[in-house]
Design a protein around this ligand. Structure first.
Ligand code: V1D
Ligand code: CA
Length: 423
């Protein structure tokens, strides 16, 4: 079998956004990762695209109109006039989700890139699509949460469900993927798997017995972990056996993989002890099944390590080995003092996970109890829901889409632009 066709989505202005001086989320990490990917010459091995900015109508496929309108209007200058709704939408200086300059542009770009990836997978233009700016798993229908405003993951999964009967979501961020789990909690068409730190840790959800509701019972899978987990135990005691069982019983047509890099050793907010090789082994294992996969970013707060991790995972997805010495690039000094790609585990960190066997056994039993891969009658595939800001006005046709929902379709759909600049 040949190598996978990989598409990479990036926009040069996404990393320029700034949450504020004391905020741990630094979109600048995306620029570091991109420059490492360029310096390793990985761009020559994949199709590179400049993503489209998602429109309000695209975001409203999951989010409430009122919330999307709020995000489109709010600025640091008019904050005071919105004081009533700020609390309602969990945004502003007293929350984890500040209103910063260009916030709406930022959410449009990271969301557009995930939608572009999902559309390319649906159209079989690529086997793997990468958007390191996406993966903002905490955003809710009408609420920002945990540094996330728009849930690009939910929107991308909804796009994939137009073509695929079943979509698997896998979340290796150190935090629970609560927004995605909640969105699909009552359906058997999306299975969610999150591994995360549980107990006195944000967002507080993701108990092992949170398994889904109604038609979705058994289709939410949660692995609650403790601090200090290492590559060997994470992969061999949990990730690989649970993931393999999911593939056997659920047989997804597409996978969305959230690669939050805050599960790495030495993360500013995280508390796991995974190395770049361990984190990437999970990615490699998912890729090994050859199912169309959308690969996304997520958390990650020691930004030099986020760049190391996502550059290395890009090479793993391309099956292009890269050397451990960091090549010279605009951000070379960030990688001092060792200037090496790979992280070593912290030997002084205790692994507080002494019950992985019981967690694994319980999750395998949950999966064994499922009745087998559910099927759906697929009707005609609805068109990719793509608009631009200008198209939000009146340049559209009314169209009847999946589940009888009224949808607007662009008269002239267009795709992400091939990217030919360095920055
Ligand atoms: F340390 C901080 C400094 C400034 C602002 C926020 C934080 C901070 C650290 N950890 N905020 C958190 C978490 N929030 C709380 C709040 C206390 N309660 C009222 C809530 O503990 C939020 C952590 C968000 C993690 C986001 C993510 O890594 O999962 C992510 N994934 O995709 C994008 C981000
Ligand atoms: Ca997780």
């Amino acid at each position: 079998m040949g190598k996978d066709r990989v598409s990479y989505f990036y926009h040069p202005t996404t990393p320029l956004h700034y949450y504020g001086p004391s905020h741990p989320m630094k979109p600048h990490r995306l620029k570091l990762a991109h420059h490492l990917i360029l310096a390793y010459k990985l761009y020559t091995k994949m199709e590179c695209y400049r993503c489209h900015p998602a429109s309000a109508a695209e975001m409203a496929q999951f989010h409430s109109d009122e919330y999307v309108q709020f995000l489109s209007k709010i600025t640091p200058d008019n904050l005071r006039t919105y004081s009533g709704v700020l609390q309602k939408f969990n945004a502003g200086d007293t929350t984890d989700c500040p209103v910063f300059d260009g916030l709406y542009d930022f959410v449009q770009l990271y969301t557009g890139a995930s939608l572009d990836g999902a559309i390319q997978l649906n159209q079989q233009q690529a086997d793997i699509c990468i958007n390191w700016s996406g993966g903002l798993h905490h955003a809710k229908k009408s609420e920002a949460s945990g540094f996330c405003y728009i849930n690009d993951i939910v929107l991308a999964i909804l796009e994939l469900l137009k073509v695929h009967a079943r979509v698997l979501y896998v979340d290796i961020d150190v935090h629970h993927g609560d927004g995605v789990e909640e969105a699909f909690y009552t359906t058997d068409r999306v299975m969610t798997l999150s591994l995360h730190k549980y107990g006195d840790f944000f967002p507080g959800t993701g108990h092992i017995q949170d398994v889904g509701a109604k038609d979705g019972v058994g289709y939410s899978v949660n692995a609650p972990l403790q601090a200090g987990i290492t590559d060997d135990t994470y992969l061999n005691d949990l990730f690989i056996p649970v993931f393999d069982k999911i593939m056997e019983v659920f047989q997804p047509g597409a996978i969305v993989l959230q690669c939050g890099a805050d599960s790495l050793t030495g993360d500013r907010l995280g508390c796991f002890n995974l190395t770049t090789r361990g984190h990437a082994s999970a990615v490699k294992h998912v890729k090994g099944y050859g199912v169309p996969t959308l690969v996304l970013g997520g958390g990650g707060y020691t930004i030099r390590n986020v760049a190391r991790c996502w550059a290395y995972e890009t090479s793993v997805l391309l099956e292009e080995p890269i050397e451990n010495n960091i090549p010279f690039n605009d951000y070379y000094e960030y990688y001092a003092p060792d200037f090496e790609l790979h992280l070593k585990p912290d030997p002084s960190m205790a692994n507080a996970n002494d019950n992985l066997t019981s967690i694994r056994t319980e999750l395998l039993q949950q999966l064994q109890d499922l009745q087998g891969a559910p099927s759906v009658q697929m009707q005609q595939v609805p068109p990719a829901f793509r608009t631009t800001a200008a198209d939000d006005n009146d340049d559209m046709d009314e169209d009847e889409g999946a589940k009888g929902l009224s949808r607007k379709r662009m008269k002239k759909p267009h795709s992400a632009e091939l990217y030919d600049e360095v920055d």
